[in-house]
Ligand binder design. Structure first.
Ligand code: GRG
Length: 321
């Protein structure tokens, strides 16, 4: 997909003219506050009738979380010279989609979990029917936010919406979840190691990697990226996305529920197929290091100036929650 760079990027005139690179901690804290504000501003007020669903939506979204997906979109947009402020609602939409996936994943029919982001899960508080509907409503709301007016060529916005949609459809994030469920059901059947490794990579790249990749692509597309920059962002997202889930597998083994805000040790207890269970802890760590290098190299190709993408990839690989 080629874009003429003229009117499509009307407000991106300051291309890589030197964004101030803050320490990662202060950058993450600042951007997280911006994302939280957009979420609070644009989510329907809790008292909007029927209030129970709007309360449930706010309960799950405003419970916290790292906000890493919208922050990745912000960092990608900045790296491409985009002005972020008018795009915060669009980037915050990623958090709605992510939160819907958590709410549905925690349901009794799926992972049946009662702890998320340090709180009781939505179905425990609001009942299963309301949790299902809150997840549905978050997903729907997200696409309405993505379609909110922006001072951009509509073709660029359409591409952005489609990029997010196909990342989370039945061939993307949901496909990964389906493969994960099927894998659990076929547990114990004798698959050879190569088949198991391919299946595991498919699950991780789709279930987790696709939304993370779509996050940087969303930032790039709305931030005025060229085709070459989008290719680099895709490579970055795929490497960082896979690393994110391998780290998640390691954290499930190594951390407590208190640190994670969700049930720990669950993968092992359920005999789940994970990177450490299949390849061993050391090999899983080596794989994370190799993916970090790939993400760094791709980030270097996104822009000629400084960006926070490298530091965020580092953070993804060394996070403890
Ligand atoms: C649509 C039901 C359904 C599922 C899709 C994404 C997903 C599949 C399920 C969600 C649960 C899960 C284990 C996802 C893997 C991705 C992951 C590690 C999520 C946790 O993300 P963090 O660490 O969470 O960014 P916070 O709370 O910080 O936002």
């Amino acid at each position: 997909m080629t874009f003429d760079q003229g009117p499509l990027v009307a407000y991106n005139s300051a291309r890589m003219t030197g964004i101030a690179v803050q320490t990662l901690e202060s950058y993450l804290a600042d951007k997280r506050a911006l994302v939280d504000r957009a979420l609070d501003d644009f989510l329907p007020p809790a008292e909007t009738p029927p209030s129970v669903i709007h309360e449930a939506m706010r309960y799950t979204v405003m419970a916290g979380g790292k906000r890493i997906r919208p922050i990745l979109a912000v960092a990608a947009a900045e790296a491409c010279g985009g002005v972020v402020e008018p795009l915060l609602r669009h980037f915050a939409a990623l958090e709605l989609i992510h939160t819907y996936s958590l709410v549905h994943d925690d349901l009794p029919a799926l992972d049946n979990d009662d702890l998320r982001r340090g709180r009781k899960t939505a179905h425990v508080v609001y009942g299963e029917a309301m949790a299902i509907l809150a997840g549905d409503a978050l997903l729907t709301e997200a696409f309405s936010w993505l379609a909110a007016p922006v001072p951009l060529d509509p073709r660029r916005q359409l591409l952005a919406i489609k990029t997010v949609a196909i990342a989370v459809d039945s061939k993307g994030m949901i496909g990964g979840q389906v493969a994960d469920i099927e894998s659990e059901r076929s547990q114990g059947r004798s698959d050879d190691r190569a088949k198991l490794a391919a299946r595991l990579e498919f699950i991780h790249r789709n279930k987790t990697g696709r939304l993370l990749t779509a996050s940087v692509l969303l930032g790039g597309i709305l931030g005025g990226a060229s085709d070459a920059q989008l290719d680099a962002l895709r490579e970055y997202g795929e490497a960082a996305g896979l690393a994110f889930q391998i780290v998640d597998d390691l954290l499930d083994l190594e951390e407590t529920a208190e640190t994670l805000g969700k049930t720990a040790g669950k993968d092992l207890a359920q005999g789940k197929l994970t990177y450490p269970s299949l390849h061993g802890v050391d090999a899983a760590r080596e794989q994370v290091a190799a993916l970090l290098e790939m993400a760094r190299a791709a980030a270097d190709r996104v822009g000629s100036g400084p960006s926070h993408l490298v530091a965020i990839a580092d953070f993804i690989c060394r996070r403890r929650s």
